[in-house]
Design a protein around this ligand. Structure first.
Ligand code: C5P
Length: 220
């Protein structure tokens, strides 16, 4: 049986997380949430009072950090940060540290090591373009900003989100802008990625469509 590398990219709140987790479960593959890696580094940098735009200091922290992701739990250097990294402050802080080239290089190397043996579903912003340009299957998952804000506001994993959907939406749009205009590995659809607009599509339909394409790939 082939051990595929499946890349899932797209903006925040488009449904990548649920899709990647479910597809990985169904296939018995490893699920890697690369956004959680940037979030954990941002959390630790903020915790230590580092300036979030200092590439030398934050990348040194990222290089030394012991990061683990298993059964939905995320730890960095022994701290369980599963909930602490899903706050509006860390949304912003993660997008800041994600602009730093050395931080990206360190996390990209770790992500490549995690996916080296295949049998992985990896989600993020640059998986199909930078981390695994040779991935067996690439998806770009999108949804309208209104729908993404609605999903984000309803997501219990994101604590302390503003109750006002308009504020959630303007924060999301600001982060999309930061992610897609940065000079290193900006959020972009890989040319060979399959684009899925999930705005009016239930998640089980998206999962079904992705699993059909995986089955074709495994047969072909
Ligand atoms: O996916 P999530 O919203 O958890 O990602 C948090 C932030 O981490 C993003 O806004 C983005 O700035 C950064 N990120 C990235 N590259 C990835 C995954 C996440 O730059 N592969």
């Amino acid at each position: 049986m082939k051990r595929l590398v499946i890349a899932i990219d797209g903006p925040s709140g488009a449904g990548k997380g649920t899709l990647a987790r479910t597809v990985a479960e169904r296939l018995g593959y490893r699920h890697v949430d690369t956004g959680a890696m940037y979030r954990a580094v941002a959390w630790k940098a903020a915790h230590e009072g580092l300036p979030l735009d200092d590439d030398a200091q934050v990348s040194e922290l990222a290089r030394r950090a012991k990061y683990e992701q298993a059964d939905g739990q995320i730890t960095i250097d022994g701290h369980d940060v599963t909930r602490a990294i899903r706050t509006p402050e860390i949304d912003k802080a993660s997008a800041s540290v994600a602009r730093l080239p050395h931080v990206r290089q360190i996390l990209v190397d770790q992500q490549r090591a995690l996916g080296a043996g295949g049998a992985v579903v990896m989600e993020g912003r640059d998986i199909g373009t930078v981390v695994f340009p040779q991935a067996d299957l690439k998806f770009y998952i999108d949804a309208s900003p209104e729908e993404r804000a609605r999903r984000r506001a309803a997501d219990p994993a994101h604590t302390g989100s503003p109750s006002n959907i308009a504020t959630v939406q303007s924060n999301l749009v600001a982060r999309d802008k930061s992610d897609s205009t940065r000079s290193v590995a900006p959020l972009a659809k890989a040319e060979d990625a399959i684009y899925i607009d999930t705005t009016s599509m239930p998640i089980d339909v998206v999962v079904h469509r992705v699993l059909m394409l995986v089955a074709e790939k495994l047969e072909g």
